[in-house]
Design a protein around this ligand. Structure first.
Ligand code: GLC
Ligand code: CA
Length: 562
């Protein structure tokens, strides 16, 4: 089992711009985060993952970095950061940074120099090509709509950007770029940070010669995507980073790697690979995409049998070989309770059921801010209310193609990244207590009077207190961390059930994913006599028949069997 602190940790992800504003300008900041550390400690969080706080013109909320070694002015100063880090450590927690190594901002001094002339020493820090037949050098499409190529008139050339045009891709084939990045990572490690999430790391290498894709469609399986994802050289570069830099520190690392299955993931996280501790996989995030090639905006209902299949593969393939990073939501995804639960009639039980799922899988659980109080998608009326560059680009592209407004808005309400980016709901005062006087940079979800931290802390049956109890159980029972996963009832359409086994302990996890009331038949090979109910999102009657459990909507139960 190879015990490690980062396997036993619970991670909480903070999206700084939306977490807590300390100075009334409507923008979350570092001092705001520091003021809420006791809240996170109380919840039981071990590691905070801080989304980018570096200097940035903010076209993609900090994922466009213009100075890796400075703090974005609106978030605070390096002193504020040092204080945050000290305060995190003094509470016995750890801090993981989010590093964007695939690209920088177009305002980064490297890019300003690079674009200035063809013989500038920094020219090859980025990926420049001449146009072809009066158009871009190839037909690849950007994640954020349109070509990956932007024409630059200074040198009549194009630069490559997989994301927004303000995010030019770095050229990792250039050893000078690799050196610069290694040195920068050292700089943060010497400050004492405890780990990194490596953004978009699967894409740092592009296919030799940048050939045209056969089908320039979007995610996740079409050819263009394969030409810049998970290529062999990514592993060489990561091993190099590991051996030269990361190896010397007791840190945790997780890479964002879309477009791979668990076998391929072992190339990143396999115990003998010397690369990363974990990766964020995307297979479960694409279960509601209409077709593999259609991208995230064309939606179909997800299906429980497929969810079980995907999650079970990751659980079993990585067991004893690597380690999973489990998540149901983050700053790029809709709110889990709106997507996989039921935020209309069963918000509380379904959010608790999903929490039970997240915290009882093998792997490190990642909780995204607000998930612990069951925050929902905001369903804004108008495109004016949305801020995200991906969403706005998608909207304009579809409008230009003549797609009806309402059709586009329907997809946006379900899938926009802004679903997860509305301000954290702290209490029932104006702007949900996120900001004292300012207008928040994006509207607060209108349900904050009901859904907020203050209310949740007071209510013993709240989602928040349920998360807290689950986290405490995870610390108490090693089987929740290290137990081997085995799926039961693979073809049941409503119940997701599995066991976890570690030494002489076994967990039985029973999750009803819908509002129907199916019967769960106790497995023959598990002794019901010695079964102790560790946690459930419903009160249970003393005289119930455990051999034939009539489940209630979204009911979740975890039994410890010895
Ligand atoms: C990752 C981030 C996302 C960002 C993109 C470009 O997917 O999670 O928020 O827009 O990379 O940096
Ligand atoms: Ca602020």
């Amino acid at each position: 089992m190879n015990p490690k602190w980062w396997k036993e940790s619970v991670v909480y992800q903070i999206y700084p711009i939306s977490f807590k504003d300390s100075n009334g300008d409507g923008i979350g900041d570092l001092r705001g985060i520091t003021s809420k550390l006791d809240y996170l400690k109380d919840l039981g969080v071990d590691v905070i993952w801080l989304c980018p706080i570096y200097k940035s013109p903010n076209h993609d909320n900090g994922y466009d970095i213009s100075d890796y070694c400075d703090i974005q002015q609106q978030f605070g100063t390096l002193e504020d950061f040092d204080r945050l880090l000290r305060e995190v450590h003094s509470r016995g927690m750890k801090l993981m940074m989010d590093l964007v190594l695939n690209h920088t901002s177009d305002e980064h001094p490297w890019f300003v120099e690079s674009r200035s002339s063809e013989d500038n020493p920094k020219r090859d820090y980025y990926i420049w090509r001449k146009g072809k037949n009066g158009g871009p050098p190839n037909n690849w499409e950007s994640y954020f709509s349109g070509s990956v190529w932007e024409h630059d008139s200074t040198t009549d050339s194009y630069y490559l950007h997989l994301y927004a045009k303000q995010q030019p891709d770095l050229n990792w084939d250039n050893p000078a770029v690799v050196d610069e990045l290694h040195n920068m990572i050292q700089w943060w490690l010497k400050k004492g940070v405890d780990g990194f999430r490596f953004d978009a790391i699967a894409h740092i290498v592009k296919a030799q010669g940048l050939p045209d894709a056969e089908n320039p469609n979007h995610l996740p399986t079409v050819r263009a995507y394969q030409l810049f994802s998970n290529l062999d050289k990514v592993h060489t570069l990561l091993q190099n980073l590991h051996d030269k830099v990361l190896y010397f520190y007791d840190i945790m690392t997780v890479g964002e790697t879309s477009g791979l299955g668990p076998h391929q993931a072992l190339d990143y996280v396999g115990d003998t690979r010397r690369e990363l501790n974990m990766v964020f996989q995307f297979e479960h995030m694409y279960l509601d995409a209409a077709s593999p090639g259609s991208g995230k905006w064309e939606i179909k209902p997800w299906n429980l049998i497929e969810l079980k299949k995907v999650m079970s593969e990751w659980q079993t393939v990585l067991h004893n070989q690597g380690w999973n990073a489990n998540y149901l939501g983050n700053h790029d995804q809709p709110r889990p309770v709106s997507r996989f639960g039921n935020d209309l009639n069963f918000r509380v039980p379904s959010a608790k059921m999903l929490a039970t799922f997240l915290l009882t899988l093998e792997g490190t659980p990642y909780i995204y801010q607000g998930e612990e109080i069951g925050m929902t998608n905001p369903s804004f009326d108008s495109i004016e209310d949305y801020r995200d560059v991906e969403t706005l680009n998608f909207y304009h592209e579809r409008r230009e193609r003549g797609v009806p407004e309402e059709e586009i808005m329907k997809a946006i309400r379900k899938k926009s990244r802004d679903n997860a980016r509305t301000p954290m709901q702290w209490d029932n005062t104006e702007h949900a207590g996120f900001t004292s006087k300012g207008q928040p940079w994006i509207n607060v979800n209108s349900n904050y009077m009901e859904i907020n931290v203050a209310a949740a802390q007071k209510d013993p049956d709240s989602i928040y207190n349920y998360y807290k109890a689950l986290i405490a159980l995870r610390k108490e029972h090693k089987v929740m961390v290290y137990g081997e996963y085995k799926l039961l009832l693979p073809l049941h359409t409503e119940i997701y059930a599995y066991t976890r086994t570690f030494e002489e302990n076994k967990l039985l996890v029973i999750l009803n994913f819908f509002d129907q009331q199916p019967v769960f038949e106790w497995p023959n090979d598990l002794n019901p006599e010695g079964a102790k109910l560790l946690i459930s999102n419903y009160k249970t009657a003393a005289e119930e028949d455990i051999l034939k459990l009539q489940l209630r909507p979204y009911e979740a139960r975890v039994y410890l069997i010895s």
